[in-house]
Write a protein that binds this ligand. Sequence first.
Ligand code: NAD
Length: 358
Amino acid sequence: MKNYKITLLKGDGIGPEIVEQAVKVLNVQAEKHDFSIDYTDALLGGAAIDATGLPLPEETVTACKASDAVLLGAVGGYKWDTLPGNLRPEAGLLGIRAALGLYANLRPAVIFGPLKSASPIKDEIIGDALDIMVVRELTGGIYFGERGRREVNGQPAAFDTEMYTVPEIQRIARVAFDVARKRNKKVTNVDKANVLESSRLWRETVLQVAEEYPDVELNHLYVDNAAMQLVRNPRQFDVIVTSNIFGDILSDEASQIAGSIGMLASASLSDGSLGLYEPIHGSAPDIAGKGIANPLATILSAGMLLRYSLGMEKAADEIEAAVSAVLETARTPDIWEEGCRKVSTAEMGDLVCQLLQK
Ligand code: NAD
């Protein structure tokens, strides 16, 4: 029987409660699909600060590197808000992403049929459901380029530099095309090639990589148009690939189309199969410990873990189908609607497990 190692970074606030539900779901899928999982708990964020003084202890990095995949809850909370930046919980998050070389961020913006009313977009634009994947470059571009301040004509000025190397563009483009192959085989490249030289190199390189994927359709949009199209006609998109800064903005826009923060998963991938999977929401300290947090974003992140790190497409598809089905009848308070049963965090986890066991 194949055995996998998963490191759990439960973190703070609702982190432990929601990760617990995702672990239940992973265990059901392991039994059903005949594999086993060894879990290692490691400290990150506020929990790590309390225990060691640091938001990202060295042992956590070591444990993650020795794993097949990492599942993260969320970090942060009022208690640590006054610490200096490099010692805050969020520094642990940035640190682990850097330490694992996670250069590709996958953010699905999915509207499950039963949750259509949570979207601010009109029903007729969404259709039956919506499923977009934004693939964002995570370790390059203007957020990491040369920056500084100087005087221009005697006036204070500042600059930031957008720069990408061909290998950086090639590897993120390959991630996007590989992801598209597992979906509807369409990639939309988003850049600003009408103005920016870095975007022109980006587009040339994406076009070259596309030759390796003749089965995947490719089109290009300028970022301003892409922002508009996401709300005008989001159904035209399957996979969107873009740079760090454009992806930062577009993935947030896409997630708002989906509506509910407690439903949105994400994956960050490195070379090789190691990936870090986490909900996009934070540690929700306002509801921590009340047993009412929505665990579905974390459960869907576990689904992405199965798909992208362990290569288990069927087990991942089943999780998405079970989440969609459970929403027909049961909801946590954040997405509750008249006519549905209001359930706790743990009950929601159990219901997903029961559907998977059917
Ligand atoms: P948040 O996402 O934690 O919460 C925003 C709102 O959404 C809150 O009202 C919260 O109760 C609700 N919410 C979030 N997730 C939910 C869920 N699963 N179920 C039900 N309701 C949910 O964002 P925030 O309040 O801005 O930040 C709180 C803390 O989380 C801060 O310390 C922040 O730095 C941290 N944070 C961490 C991450 C991360 O770990 N990746 C991301 C964002 C924020």
